[in-house]
Ligand binder design. Sequence first.
Ligand SMILES: Cc1cc2nc3c(=O)[nH]c(=O)nc-3n(C[C@H](O)[C@H](O)[C@H](O)COP(=O)(O)OP(=O)(O)OC[C@H]3O[C@@H](n4cnc5c(N)ncnc54)[C@H](O)[C@@H]3O)c2cc1C
Length: 673
Amino acid sequence: MAQRQIGNQRVRICKYDTVIVGSGAAGMNCAKKLYEFLDGKGVKDAATKIAIVTRGLSLGASRMSGSDKQTYYKMGTSPDVADSAESFAASLTAAGCCHGDLALTEAIGSLRGFYNLVEAGVPFPHDSMGTYIGYKTDHDPYERATSAGPKTSKFMSECLEKIVRRYGIGIFDHKEAVEFLTTGDGENKRIIGIVTIDCKSLCKDDSGINVFYCDNIVLAAGGPGELYETSVYPHGQVGIHGLAFKAGLAAENLTESQFGLASTKFRWNVSGTYMQVIPRIFSTDANGCDEREFLASFFPSMSKMATDIFLKGYQWPFDPQRIENLQSSLIDILVFNENQKGRRVFMDFLHNPIGGDGMSEFKIEDLEPEALNYLKATGAMQKLPIERLEYMNRPAIDIYKEHDIDLYTEPLEISVCSQHNNGGFAINRWWESNIKRTFVIGEMAGSHGIKRPGGSALNAGQVGATRAAEYIANVYSGDITEDLVDESQIKKTIERISKLNNANSDLIPQQVILQIQHRMTAFGGHIRKLQNAEKALADTIELQKKIQNNGLKIVEPMDIIPAIQAEHLAFASIAYLKAVVELLKAGSGSRGSHLVLNDDGIEIHPDVKDPDTGKPLKFKQENKDLRNSILRIEFTESRGQFECLTVPVRQTSKERKAFEPAWTDYREGKIYN
Ligand SMILES: Cc1cc2nc3c(=O)[nH]c(=O)nc-3n(C[C@H](O)[C@H](O)[C@H](O)COP(=O)(O)OP(=O)(O)OC[C@H]3O[C@@H](n4cnc5c(N)ncnc54)[C@H](O)[C@@H]3O)c2cc1C
């Protein structure tokens, strides 16, 4: 890296054809595929043209997150059940607000992405004939899901990293993204680089500033995990949504986040077998005393209550359409209801569910057929949940043991947590954003609709990575020769960073982040109300202005990192809350994974209370008319504000050419037009 003195700072500068921000499963695969496409085209030293820049190789959802058997959703591989890309795409678009072309592309690219991982060494199980056996996941009508165990996405990113390293691609670790460098306006706008701070070299004498110039940039920095207080995203998954908005990227479906039950001491989803073994679920007061079987009074029978707990396994995300008539998402609501009262909720694998007055004792034979047949078929008829879990999925116990939680001796604290954003930055069918040469892949990309089958996030990340790499290699691989280094622009960034540092400010970075997280969980989370969201939006805009005007109090050099994060998380949360407000104003109702409260709505139960009023909580049903359009949001620099518009859902391409004309299009590169 070349060094330059800019102002009073030493700045390290380098230039790559393509910079990939983020080193999760998506970013790693993009680097791998880009190398292979370039190498295949005869580009010499392809590795030297690519760089991965990341705040933490060991961070992010791919490396740190999972569940009982973390799911990868792919086209069916059963020897006797036929599947098709159109049918797969129909599952992705089923609940609406999902672009048909993206869904079909994800379907078509699915097996290619899957076998790329198999070849990379991800241990997806197969039988003696080589069949990759599937199972059913949430919002999945077939058995398209597979898994390499609780740590599927970790294995994916690790196996891909090995290949990336073998190819000799540079990985720049510990680089916190600070700002994108841009040129031009409107159609001509380009991101030409990213400024980062090296957290390792940051000290009194070194600001740690690095600038990575590039012709193409791929944003693979994951979901906005640190936006939420009650969250199962791994700690430190900050994301770069605020920076991307500031650079001019448009986003879609931001409102469609997923929420569900997860353990909080060690952040992990309690889906699949954790629920299918039917543990006892109980609550305590804040000190862990006064145990109560809080679910019991809401259910007419033990059989119904226990079956609902079982169903949470593959109906994992909180789903407002699964509350009425004692369906499984009633459990999420009741857990939330307990938490609202200041009580803590636990899963206890040492006991079967305990009923209330007049309820019979738990008997596995009394379960409703769906649960009973599954447990019989898998041979999981042991007496206790822990025995059933040990029998069905030993690694699901081990993962907690690795994090000092012993399910054989202690209960597991859970909450309804934020887990994934189905929305993200707007992309076309090559995963290119509204800014040319800027691609968005993985969870940062907004390719999903209101609901998605479990496991389709990992599939979308792999397909998007391949698509972006293919496009870059075939369309944008020529070097831009002009010298892009513009010292005045870097100087402005340095000035902005030092302006952020104000010893007299009353804003402490960590406290500001906590404030943002609390507001997002309370008002932009799985329970929403227009007045609350409007107030939260106004308060966040106020906070952002205060940060701009007064800066943040930085005591140690390292505090600059949370200060930068606080600034862009505040900006990102304005976008999220604004989208929530606009969708509520459009009359959306409860959909996807969130509930919209409304005085005229449907009452769940007299004892499930609205936290604001203490009256029975009532929710508004989904307005299905909105399923064919998507809420898009963009920061308009000239007006200094976020603006929303509604765009129609793009339809699935029906273009099916005969082989010869398709071959000509391919040879002549017309497929990239
Ligand atoms: C508990 C849990 C369970 C899940 N289970 C499933 C499942 O079963 N199936 C499924 O399909 N999906 C699942 N998901 C979602 C899926 O794991 C993620 O969407 C996916 O791993 C995201 O991959 P990614 O490569 O886009 O981003 P990540 O893996 O999150 O990587 C982001 C990268 O960006 C870097 N980065 C972040 N912020 C910055 C910054 N400010 N500056 C520089 N670098 C930055 C990080 O260090 C990291 O390298 C689950 C998620 C969670 C949280």
